[in-house]
Write a protein that binds this ligand. Structure first.
Ligand SMILES: NC(=O)c1ccc[n+]([C@@H]2O[C@H](COP(=O)([O-])OP(=O)(O)OC[C@H]3O[C@@H](n4cnc5c(N)ncnc54)[C@H](O)[C@@H]3O)[C@@H](O)[C@H]2O)c1
Length: 418
């Protein structure tokens, strides 16, 4: 039976926009008698009324609402976003069952559509439109679905923006993580993989950064993530939940097969990350590239970062999920171990795009740190993970292919078709 994409109201929020179809036994009478048609219509109406009045009964029929031996059901929060959508793709390819919860404040319905088209089979992927700031909605989602694990990606995630709107960051990152954790505990969900960041380290004196490097974040984004980590760590002391905290360095690249890419909202461009800014300049969407800060204490005066390819990053998540152990907390840096300057990045971007991007050098951006790169030896050793996509130029070429063929990002018509 072909997959069906339907919309069904479940109160106001959460709203499951698409779910696997139910199977109906073929019990149609052979006769086309008018009375039997009327009877069937009445029966169907009664069934519809029953479903609307008893949504939980309906839910219990959904494969997402029951644990199934041999199937791991992962809740991916923020799955419409850049990293969450790539993680979902990898999980689905690896035969996991996935529920995405996203409020679409920053993600793209087009990314969900791509994932649904690749995995239309019942019981593979469902999308629930909900805001993690709405604790009632979150509790309901956990009560109605049988999750085995959570990958908590959903967050606002721009350093510059966090300095301008700190309360938004503490609410969205710290408070929402508490809500998710409470719902997990109440519903006995056994595994959490948490998206943290190297911004929790601030600007350490010693490079490279290990997991033991003291955390002194210097902006609200980093502090909000550090507080969320602290909540998780305190909770873990008396819980048998399996927890892995992954501290990502700077994420770049996109799906090597070209299904997904990075497509932030146009209004976020001013806060945007360097790869997006380079591609915008190469596409002519922006007049050029602004490099903020040329007087840092680095080899060429521009900031140094550790760029990790998104394909490697999602691989680290899958390895973390497989190796997570009850009662234990694993904390890992996810980076290449190699720092690259912004100037180097810009040169690679010019080569990948073939465009001689105009570069304007400006003063420093508040909240930025000079040099950040990881020591990934702990994750290499304990999770048997090593970055494979370490050729910066190649990662940018892959990302550029998607950008060039998706000039409008995940375009509006896709969203309308939903
Ligand atoms: N991109 C990076 O370089 C980077 C580096 C370190 C850590 N991280 C972390 O990785 C995670 C994912 O980042 P990303 O780059 O994919 O960001 P993104 O903005 O592309 O995706 C975040 C997603 O979360 C959703 N979201 C935000 N608030 C929500 C809420 N209250 N309820 C439901 N959904 C909500 C957004 O709609 C979006 O789809 C974040 O936690 C971020 O802090 C990212």
């Amino acid at each position: 039976m072909p997959p069906v994409s339907r919309t069904r109201a479940q109160g106001r929020f959460p709203r499951s926009l698409s779910f696997s179809e139910m199977e109906y036994a073929d019990s149609k009478p052979k006769s086309h008698h008018v009375l039997s048609k009327i009877f069937m219509a009445a029966l169907l109406t009664a069934v519809c009324i029953f479903i609307l009045k008893h949504p939980s009964s309906y839910h219990s029929m959904s494969p997402f609402s029951r644990h199934e031996p041999g199937v791991t059901h992962v809740l991916v929060t923020g799955g419409a976003g850049y990293i969450g959508s790539h993680a979902t793709l990898r999980l689905l390819k690896d035969s996991y069952r996935v529920t995405i919860v996203d409020n679409l404040s920053r993600g793209n319905i087009g990314a969900i559509k791509v994932l649904q088209e690749q995995f239309p089979e019942p019981g593979r992927l469902q999308f629930i439109l909900a805001d993690l700031g709405d604790a009632r909605a979150v509790n309901r989602i956990f009560a109605e679905n049988a999750f085995d694990a959570v990958m908590h990606f959903a967050a606002v995630a721009y350093v510059g923006e966090s300095t301008l709107e700190p309360l938004r960051y503490y609410h969205n990152i710290t408070a929402n993580t508490l809500t998710v954790l409470e719902a997990m505990a109440a519903n006995n969900v056994k595994t959490l993989i948490y998206s943290s960041t190297c911004a929790t380290y601030g600007e350490p004196e010693k490079m490279p950064i290990t997991e033991d490097t003291p955390q002194f974040p210097i902006n609200p984004y980093g502090r909000a993530k550090k507080m969320a980590e602290d909540i998780i760590l305190d909770f873990s002391k008396h819980s048998n939940m399996a927890v892995v905290i992954l501290r990502y360095f700077n994420v770049i690249g996109s799906d090597t097969e070209g299904a997904l890419g990075e497509s932030p909202r146009p209004e976020l461009r001013e806060h945007g990350r360097i790869s997006g800014a380079c591609f915008d300049a190469a596409l002519g969407v922006s007049p050029g590239l602004k490099v903020r800060g040329t007087d840092y204490e680095t080899a060429d005066g521009t900031c140094v970062r550790d760029y990790i390819d998104v394909n490697d990053l999602v691989d680290a998540h899958v390895k973390a999920l497989n190796k997570a152990e009850p009662t234990k907390v694993g904390i890992y840096n996810v980076g290449t171990g190699k720092g690259r300057s912004v100037k180097e990045f810009v040169e690679a971007c010019k080569e990948a795009t073939g465009v001689n991007i105009t570069v304007e050098y400006l003063s420093r951006r508040p909240g930025d740190y000079a040099e950040v790169y990881s020591d990934p030896s702990k994750i290499n050793r304990e999770l048997n993970w090593t970055a494979q996509h370490t050729d910066l130029l190649e990662s940018l070429r892959v990302a550029w292919r998607w950008q060039r063929s998706h000039r409008e990002g995940y375009s509006a018509p896709l969203a309308m078709a939903f």
